[in-house]
Design a protein around this ligand. Structure first.
Ligand code: DSN
Length: 497
């Protein structure tokens, strides 16, 4: 088996397809070492190509982003930050980190960017510790007349630790669309802080600003954390910053989900958190369409604390991923990306409206961002049943809790749909209507089964086989017009798989 040689022989004399050649060369190299791993890479492309991706937190990054990620840069340790490393030989990584940070600042209009976090959860930890150090540890050290933690006594250290561990964080409840890292009890954030949660309004499914203001005044948190992974509304950061200032809270926004919408100007003015927050955190792989990773943006006042992500929380940065971030930020700073960001919202609004038209319950009846929350409990299903049934029919999406969900986070009452990936593929209004029709048809044909004890199961179900077969064909039809990475011919690999 010589994949590269076979490809070169097959294409000799033809037009050069650089993307395919690069992909083949990479797969060839991996296959020589471990054919099974090579197979899974090709198979993942085939899978992602043959299922419609509606996972709101996923996307398809560009091939240049992928190439920047897959190389020798991974071999370099570069703890510290650009120009201040704990290792020798970091000149190139310094350059990469400086470029990525500058691209990020240019893109978001941020005062400072820290591009090292490996994920959104890491970025949140970096931000938490930066805030704690600036507002608790540094003043405590000053009180002891010291600058260096290593010079204080054990008793003084205990005092600082106790104070650091007793700070209040006010974040959005997981069931209302908040994230695990915003103070959910099963996450370290809930152990680091004295956590309080705000909820969406039961009637509207949206944030109640008066209630938020009241909670801020009652709790007086050190950190007022805004941001979500399942919320279909807009958030007015201008007014929330005023409320945060009234109680002296640090306003932190986790914009992991919607950073691409901010970058592309689809969320602007009062809806742009970077213009108001003290610190914003994000992932780089969702709507932003970059490599899997995280980032912190902040005002100058927090820069020196944020830059100490290592040693506080993370170890060595991933230079290859920082390189890919630099590529992605530049891609996002283009008119094409602006169009893309606006189109994501347009598509999700069409998707929501088409679902409602088909009699499927959508939280708030619409959406203002890339997320559509579907209520499947109204159809007698759990999110788990709906998620699995739709996957069988060719759609990949995830179940999600709805506000005040009676089924809990494992089974859930809802589905979370998102349009970043389908929009990247070029889909529009027509496809959204078709997708909504497929989803509605499938969901209406799914029935819960009985479990072994004769109770209605929350996991098992039956599906109409005719509906299933027809849906698979319809999804195939859509995807045949919007091919993922069309430069890459997966058929070529058939004989090696
Ligand atoms: N897992 C991400 C999401 O799907 O929203 C957030 O961590």
């Amino acid at each position: 088996m010589d994949i590269l040689k076979d490809y070169l022989a097959k294409t000799a004399g033809g037009e050069l397809n650089r993307e395919m050649l690069t992909f083949v060369a990479n797969i060839d190299m991996v296959a020589r070492q471990n054919p099974t791993i090579a197979k899974t890479i090709v198979q993942e492309l085939i899978d992602q190509r043959s299922h419609l991706k509606l996972i709101a937190s996923e996307n398809f990054c560009s091939l240049p982003v992928q190439s920047a990620m897959g190389n020798l840069l991974t071999d370099k340790y570069a703890e510290g930050y650009a120009g201040n490393r704990f290792y020798a030989g970091c000149d190139n990584v310094d350059e990469i980190e400086r470029i990525a940070s500058k691209e990020a600042c240019d893109l978001f209009g941020a005062q400072h960017a820290y591009v090292q976090p490996h994920s959104g959860a890491d970025a949140n930890l970096v931000a938490f510790w930066a805030i704690l150090r600036k507002h608790v540890q540094t003043p405590a050290l000053e009180k002891f007349g010291e600058k260096n933690l290593l010079n204080i006594t054990n008793e003084q250290w205990d005092e600082i630790r106790a104070e650091m561990g007793n700070q209040k964080l006010l974040g959005m409840d997981l069931y209302s669309g908040g994230h695990l890292t915003h103070g959910y009890r099963h996450n370290a954030s809930a152990q680091m802080f004295d956590c309080y949660n705000y909820h969406v309004d039961k009637e509207t499914g949206l944030l109640d600003y008066d209630n938020l203001r009241q909670m801020l005044h009652e709790v007086k948190p050190l950190i007022f954390l805004i941001g979500f992974s399942a919320y279909p509304g807009n958030i007015d950061y201008a007014i929330l910053k005023q409320y945060a200032d009234e109680v002296g809270a640090v306003m932190m926004v986790d914009m992991a989900h919607f950073a691409g919408l901010v970058a592309g100007g689809a969320l602007s003015g009062k809806y742009n958190p970077v213009a108001y927050a003290d610190i914003c955190t994000t992932t780089t792989h969702k709507t932003l369409r970059g490599p899997r990773g995280g980032m912190v943006l902040c005002t100058e006042a927090y820069a020196e604390y944020v830059d100490k992500g290592c040693p506080h929380v993370i170890g060595g940065p991933l230079p290859h991923v920082m390189a890919a971030k630099a590529i992605a930020f530049k891609e996002a700073n283009t008119p094409e990306f602006k169009t893309y960001a606006h189109k994501i919202i347009e598509n999700s609004k069409h998707l929501a409206a088409s679902l409602v038209e088909k009699g499927i319950g959508v939280q708030t009846g619409t959406t203002e961002n890339h997320i559509v929350l579907v209520d499947v409990a109204a159809l007698g299903l759990t999110g788990r049943q709906a998620e699995n049934a739709l996957r069988e029919c060719g759609l990949t999406l995830n179940r999600n809790t709805l506000p005040f969900d009676a089924h809990g986070p494992w089974y859930t009452s809802g589905l979370r749909l998102g349009t970043p990936a389908t929009t990247t593929l070029g889909m529009g209004k027509e496809e959204m209507a078709e997708i909504a029709d497929i989803i509605a048809t499938v969901l209406k044909s799914v029935k819960p089964s009985l479990d072994k004890k004769g109770n209605v199961s929350k996991a098992r179900y039956t599906i109409d086989e005719g509906v299933k077969a027809a849906s698979i064909e319809r999804i195939k039809g859509i995807l045949s017009k919007f091919v993922l990475y069309p430069e890459i011919d997966t058929d070529f690999f058939a004989k090696y798989l």
